[in-house]
Design a protein around this ligand. Structure first.
Ligand SMILES: CC(C)(COP(=O)(O)OP(=O)(O)OC[C@H]1O[C@@H](n2cnc3c(N)ncnc32)[C@H](O)[C@@H]1OP(=O)(O)O)[C@@H](O)C(=O)NCCC(=O)NCCS
Length: 179
């Protein structure tokens, strides 16, 4: 696949980001609540950061490093982001995602995760997809559970965010095994 794909679910279209999404990315990812439980989202989210981030996506996809897609809904437009950070020699990828605060609790993250798992195991032929969440962020664990991932363990003080260590839960799913 030369270009980043577009994936369609019942309510969502997961498509490559456009530079024209930048203002909405800054607004949604710029909220403290979204940055709070992620590692990669800067805070404060300054002008130009969204454009710079979006500009990396096609190259990272072409180099088989990552697949990053905008989560969009027909009426709302951009509601979030989802990515696979690919480690091709291991045939595995780390999943990450966020949903803008106004759209929490509608099942969008779960729907997007299901589609990206199918894409990773199907078209990318991955053998393992895994993800972390801070233990203090149980909503993300719930998303992974609903999408069929398995809780594999808890890593104490695995991450450092906002000047404090964070315990992390790790979840995974393998192509050939359901448990
Ligand atoms: C985590 C996040 C992606 C969830 O997105 P979402 O679209 O609201 O998720 P869904 O609606 O698909 O599912 C959320 C589930 O968590 C549950 N939930 C919400 N708050 C919860 C809490 N404090 N404790 C336990 N479960 C909780 C919801 O009830 C729902 O489960 P249910 O369908 O069984 O009722 C979103 O809150 C977010 O973007 N947070 C900030 C960024 C982030 O943490 N990203 C993930 C990093 S690992």
């Amino acid at each position: 696949m030369r270009k980043l794909p577009t994936l369609t679910t019942e309510r969502l279209v997961l498509r490559p980001f456009l530079l024209s999404d930048a203002a909405m990315v800054q607004r949604l990812a710029g909220s403290r609540e979204v940055a709070d439980t992620t590692l990669a989202i800067p805070h404060p989210y300054l002008d130009g950061m969204a454009e710079a981030w979006i500009a990396t996506h096609e190259g990272a996809w072409t180099r088989h490093e990552s697949a990053t897609l905008a989560i969009t809904e027909a009426e709302e437009g951009l509601v979030g982001a989802i990515s696979l950070r690919i480690e091709l020699p291991q045939r595995r990828a780390e999943l990450g995602y966020w949903i803008g605060v106004p759209f929490w609790g509608r099942g969008y993250a779960t729907e997007a995760v299901r589609a990206v798992l199918a894409f990773g195991f199907g078209r990318l032929s991955l053998q393992r997809i895994y993800a972390y969440h801070f233990v203090r962020n149980p909503a993300s664990g719930r998303v992974m559970a609903k999408a069929g991932m398995q809780l594999e363990g808890t890593l104490r003080g695995h991450f450092y965010r906002w000047g404090s260590p964070e315990d992390a839960a790790i979840w995974g799913l393998c192509a050939d095994r359901s448990e």
